[in-house]
Structure formats: structure tokens, C-alpha cells
Write a protein that binds this ligand. Structure first.
Ligand code: WT7
Length: 656
């Protein structure tokens, strides 16, 4: 653990006990912790019983470290649990999603009965495209109800979905289609971004130039813009889904049947397909959604402001809330400076009671100022959640006091794509919270903070966060690569799962997350690998070598800073210009997606290396964060850093 991160830790003494009215009726009480403490597996079984099972399990957990099976022998259908059973129980007319378009005028209310009809049609359409149980379907779609419908239709027929965030490039999409070996892709003609239509399908067309096995592309008409059409492959949603029967009998699948995969960045250039299965995942996300957000289906309007293209959207827009019969707000847009009050208007107009978002968004809204929200009535809010990166105490306090009017508990929830659901979090009716701390493992979750040798640190100590027992929502592996699964998560410390995060346990034993300790950056709550960006940079014909680091950024948490040495063939005046830097930034956006565009690119004749030839990333990070440099005696050529620093101070950096 870097000393710097430890030093930066706030010595926080403020405590916020749960509001009495919330505590009185809370879904989770001190008893919940006690029950899980006494019988961990029994606790998870109890949570699993909230689902509808076609056949019961015969064994809660089969643990062949590091591979787990949960609810062995149990059979269920994910979509039936999320949709059909609510309709059968008379809640068909209940709104599942108040969907709000990016523009001002578009909105759609989708009830559970609507969902059931649409999902049945889509399931029939996918079946007519010859999608069978076990076949992977890649979904590349914006934040529209059809995206949820497609996911649920896949789940209904047992075809694992592979949702790729719509902001990823065609190259990234292609890699994910190929690795998952998807034969069918679902997409849209375009999407609306900040009021303007932007194309989506062209990225799919480009990706498919090198995916010969994809036989069908199902296209939702969203913007109505002209698109290129391949008659042999492309089919319109309105042709095959709208005309399909709205009757579909759902079969039950094994609890360990793959539900979905989701690619995420690791420390190497190749994203990993994180695999999640059915029974354990659904148990985990529905239990955490009910207990962490204290969800009351008849009273709450719940808004998780994530994108469905990330795990937060899967677990806490789609599966958790639907299983709990929630009414959610689903918003297509993201906060933007031309409409700073949109969020507050949405909360007021829809009487949102629970809001779940990322620190980077909170900081952006905070920057725009309290005066933006003052004209609005936000008194409906009763609970606020944070996820994606460590939340700084200032943002936490602003969230609680200014957004929540000082009434609302803030739950800072730590988890990962790999964990499937929330792992470390306060429980709103039980935990006295501290600004910036994720506090305690969720009931039934076992976590520890260990030192370099894997020894548990005492209270007050810092180290690495590990998970010491299996949990139902845990990844079942990396798609097609068991070895990498073992290597990545289970090799750093004997017998325990290493998350890649640094953490501190304070004097009271409460947990504070300190950010990644590996070569993974966290930009606006999105995981981006330094290696992946480096690979993108060196694929540019003018680049010889590249090193990428994450530098602290006041809004996005971390920002990408790249150090690049041009090839010898590139003339000095060419490589020193703004245009060159811009072309490199664009190149990365094209290769990976706009989210991976470096904030700064620094062109330098050489990179600082140790005598053994390793790039000194820590030093580059110090430079990027304008810190005094520490020990550079192992450096091959100490003058290199001076040269880089000079350039950094000069005009060759580019910020947006
Ligand atoms: C990484 C996982 C979990 C869904 C969104 C991100 C960081 C996540 C917190 C938090 C501190 C957090 C960690 C983790 N992270 N939540 N509350 N406090 N750090 O999912 O893309 O899989 O990223 O996000 O570094 O390892 P992801």
C-alpha cells in the first residue's frame, strides 16, 4: 500500500447514526448481522428463499477453491423471477420503469405486464433467430427499455448475455464478440446523446467485418436515421419482435447456468470476460438491493443512475430491483453543463426516494453548485448511495447535507464486476456512518485487510483488501480461461480472493477503501487498464513506446496521463506539436472508446527506466501529479526525468 494513499486518509471523527424513523421500519436490523454471524450459509439460504424456485437446492455451497457452486441442484428462471411472478401476484399494472429520454419530451412508463409481453415477444424472436440455451448474445445498446427487454429475453431462454457499453469502440466490441463467440448481436440504429442523434450501428458493422461467425444482427430503430443494411444478416426489431407471439413458456435452468458475462479491464491488455451464473447472483443482488437500499416496493421510487453497460446497471437497474418488484426511474442521459438542473427536476417530478450514483457525478453536481438545486423540492429523498470509487469526505457531506437535506443516510457501497453485488457497505437502519468509509462487510460476506505477507493487519492498519469466504454473487470464472482466473484473483495471497484494492481498517475496525493497487485506473468510476491504453498508443504508427499512469483528478477521481516517445522517423517539429498530441488522444478513443482518451499526452524523447529496463511508473505518477520526486538512484539516466518535467511545465500538455 502506498504511503501516500495512507497519508491522504482523512482523520475523520464525524458519525451519523441512522435516522430513527428509518431504523424503526428498516428491512435490515442488527438481527440481520447476528443471523449471518451465527449461520453464514443459512443466512444466504434465507435470502435465496425470497426467489421463486422450480426445484429446490440440495446443497447450499460446493466450494472447490477457487471455484464455487451455489444452491446446487436448484432450478429457476431469472426472467420469471424478475417479471412473471409479479404479474401473477397481481402487480402487472405496477410500473417497473419510468423511462425518461435524454431529450425533454420523451418518456415511457413500462409496467411489469408490459415487460412480460415484450420479453415474451423478444424471447420468441431470438428463438426464431435460432438462439438456444447456452448461446452467447452480445448486446450493444443505449439506455432504452429494449435493452432491459433484450437482457431478460436472453435470460428467459438461457442464453447468456454479453452487454458491451455503447461508448466502446468497434475494436473493443469486436474483441468482446469474438472472445464470447457470440453469433447474434442486438443493437440500435443510433442513440441520443445530449439531445443529438449519434450513430450506433456503424460500430457494429465495422466490428463484424472480422467476426465471420455472427449470423444475425437484430436492430432496434431508435433515432430513425439512415443505416447501412446487410440483408443477409440484419433484421429490424419491429419486423421480428413486434410480430412475435407474446406468449412464451419459460423453462427453468440449473442454479449454475450462466446468466451473463461482462468484460472488464485487468492489468493486461486483454479484457476479461467475467462470468456470472443464475441462482447465486440473483440471490446476492436481490438481497443487497432490499437490505442496503431498504427498498419498500410500494413506497419507493428508486433511481440508479448508472448505465446498463456496466455491472452496476446489471445488478441494480435490472436484476436486483426487478426481483424486488421495485418502481425505478431509468434515465437515458447523463448530467451535462447545458442543463445543470435536470437531475434535480427529475428527482422532484418523480418523487425519487432512493438515489444511487457515483462520486464523480456527485462532484460534478457539487461543482455546479447548490444554487442549481435550491429551487427544487428534493424532500422525497430518503436514502443516498455511492459506488464506483472512493468517495472523498467533502463530496460525501455535500451529498448528505445539500442533496439529502441532512436527513438521508449515505451508503458507500464497495464491490466489483467480479463480486456481482455489493460487498462492503453500511446498512442504513443499523450502521452509524463515517464520511468516506464503506464501513463493514454485508451480512454473510467475509473480508479482511492484510499486509504484504497476507497477515491480517490490526485495527488502525492499512494493506490489501481480501475476501476470505466465497459469496453467492461471486464470479464463476473468466470466460474460457480458468488459469487466468486463478492467477488474477487467487494467487497473490494464499487461499483468499484478492480484489486489487488497498484498504485501511480504522481504530473501530471499520473499512476505508483506498483505490486500486495494481495497474488499473479508475476514471469516473470506470475501470481502465494502463496496459490497454499503452497498447492502443503503441499501435499508432508514430509511437515507439508509451507509459500510462492514473493521476489524481478532482472530478473524475483519476485521469489518464500518457508519456509517449515518438519513433525515430518522426520529425521533432511534428511530434512536438499540439496536432500530434491530439491525434494520439483520438487514436486511443478510436481504439478503445472515448472513456479511455488520455487527459494529457506528454511527448518525450525517452522514458525513465530502471537499470533492468523497467519503466518507473511511480516516478511518472509523481510527475503527472506534480509531486516532488523521491529516490531516483535506480534510474538509468536521471536526467530523463528532468527533461520530462521541463516538458510537462512547458506547453506540450493538453487538457480538456
Ligand atoms: C473497482 C471495481 C462496483 C460497480 C462499479 C465499478 C472501485 C467500486 C467502490 C467504493 C472505493 C470502489 C474499486 C473496485 N470501487 N466501488 N465504494 N469505494 N472503491 O465496478 O468496474 O468492476 O470496478 O471500483 O477499485 O476494485 P468495476
Amino acid at each position: 500500500m502506498s504511503e501516500l494513499a495512507l497519508d491522504a486518509l482523512h482523520h475523520e471523527t464525524r458519525r451519523f447514526p441512522p435516522p430513527e424513523d428509518l431504523a424503526r421500519e428498516a428491512n435490515a436490523t442488527a438481527e440481520t448481522y447476528a443471523a449471518a454471524e451465527t449461520d453464514r450459509l443459512g443466512f444466504w439460504e434465507e435470502q435465496a428463499r425470497a426467489l421463486s424456485w422450480e426445484a429446490p437446492w440440495s446443497q447450499v455451497l460446493d466450494w472447490q477453491r477457487p471455484f464455487s457452486k451455489w444452491f446446487v441442484g436448484g432450478r429457476l428462471n431469472a426472467c420469471v423471477n424478475a417479471v412473471d411472478r409479479h404479474v401473477e401476484n397481481g402487480a402487472g399494472e405496477k410500473v417497473a420503469f419510468h423511462w425518461i429520454g435524454d431529450g425533454e419530451r420523451e418518456r415511457r412508463d413500462v409496467t411489469y405486464a408490459d415487460l412480460q409481453r415484450e420479453v415474451c415477444k423478444a424471447a420468441n424472436a431470438l428463438t426464431s433467430l435460432n438462439v438456444k440455451a447456452g448461446d452467447r448474445v452480445t448486446i450493444y445498446m443505449p439506455m432504452i427499455p429494449e435493452t432491459v427487454v433484450t437482457m431478460l429475453a436472453c435470460a428467459r431462454i438461457g442464453a447468456p448475455h454479453n452487454v458491451v457499453f455503447c461508448g466502446f469502440s468497434s475494436d473493443s466490441l469486436r474483441g468482446r464478440i469474438l472472445d464470447s463467440d457470440s453469433r447474434v448481436v442486438v443493437t440500435t440504429d443510433g442513440q441520443f446523446r445530449r439531445g443529438a442523434p449519434t450513430p450506433v450501428k456503424p460500430a457494429v458493422d465495422e466490428a463484424l467485418e472480422a467476426c465471420p461467425d455472427v449470423r444475425s444482427v437484430l436492430v432496434v430503430r431508435r433515432t430513425g436515421d439512415e443505416v447501412a443494411w446487410n440483408d443477409a444478416r440484419d433484421v429490424w426489431w419491429h419486423d421480428v419482435v413486434d410480430s412475435a407471439s407474446d406468449q412464451h413458456e419459460a423453462a427453468a435452468f440449473d442454479a449454475e447456468h450462466p446468466l451473463f458475462m461482462m468484460y472488464t479491464s485487468g492489468t493486461t491488455a486483454k479484457p476479461k470476460g467475467i462470468l456470472h451464473t443464475t441462482g447465486g447472483y440473483l440471490t446476492h443482488v436481490s438481497a443487497t438491493h432490499r437490505l442496503v437500499f431498504d427498498l419498500k416496493p410500494d413506497r419507493d421510487i428508486y433511481w440508479c443512475a448508472a448505465d446498463i453497460g456496466w455491472i452496476t446497471g446489471h445488478s441494480y437497474i435490472v436484476y436486483g430491483p426487478l426481483i424486488n418488484q421495485a418502481t425505478s426511474l431509468m434515465y437515458e442521459g447523463t448530467p451535462h453543463p447545458n442543463d445543470k438542473a435536470r437531475w434535480w427536476k427529475l428527482i422532484q417530478d418523480h418523487k425519487v426516494t432512493i438515489l444511487y450514483t457515483a462520486p464523480t457525478t456527485i462532484r460534478t453536481l457539487m461543482k455546479w453548485g447548490a444554487e442549481e438545486l435550491e429551487p427544487y423540492d428534493l424532500s422525497s429523498l430518503r436514502l443516498l448511495g455511492s459506488v464506483g470509487e472512493p468517495i472523498n469526505p467533502e463530496a460525501w457531506m455535500w451529498y448528505r447535507d445539500t442533496v439529502g437535506g441532512g436527513r438521508t443516510p449515505v451508503v458507500d457501497t464497495w464491490w466489483q464486476t467480479e463480486t456481482g453485488g455489493i460487498m462492503i457497505t453500511p446498512l442504513p437502519g443499523v450502521t452509524a456512518t463515517k464520511p468516506g468509509a464503506a464501513m463493514t462487510p454485508f451480512p454473510g460476506v467475509s473480508a479482511d485487510v492484510v499486509d504484504n505477507d497476507g497477515k491480517s493487519v490490526p485495527d488502525g492498519g492499512g494493506g490489501f483488501l481480501v475476501l476470505t469466504e466465497p459469496w453467492p454473487g461471486m464470479l464463476r470464472g473468466i470466460w474460457g480461461d480458468d488459469e487466468r482466473y486463478k492467477q488474477t484473483y487467487w494467487s497473490r495471497f494464499e487461499g483468499v480472493y484478492f480484489a486489487g484494492d488497498g484498504a485501511k481498517r480504522d481504530e473501530d475496525g471499520d473499512l476505508w477503501l483506498l483505490g486500486r493497487v495494481d495497474d488499473v485506473m479508475n476514471v469516473s468510476g470506470h475501470r481502465i487498464s494502463t496496459t490497454e491504453v499503452e497498447h492502443a498508443l503503441v499501435s499508432h504508427p508514430s509511437v515507439a513506446e508509451a507509459a500510462v499512469v492514473g493521476a489524481t483528478d478532482a472530478t473524475t477521481g483519476q485521469a489518464i496521463v500518457a508519456f509517449v516517445t515518438p519513433r525515430g522517423s518522426v520529425a521533432e517539429d511534428e511530434s512536438s506539436g499540439d496536432e500530434f498530441v491530439q491525434s494520439l488522444r483520438d487514436h486511443v478513443a478510436k481504439q478503445i472508446g472515448p472513456i479511455a482518451k488520455p487527459r494529457q499526452v506528454l511527448v518525450t524523447p525517452e522514458l525513465p527506466k530502471t537499470r533492468s529496463g523497467k519503466i518507473m511508473r511511480r516516478l511518472l505518477r509523481d510527475i503527472a501529479e506534480h509531486r516532488e520526486l523521491g529516490d531516483v538512484t535506480t534510474l538509468l539516466d536521471p536526467t530523463v526525468t528532468d527533461a520530462i518535467r521541463e516538458r510537462m511545465a512547458g506547453g506540450s500538455e493538453k487538457e480538456e
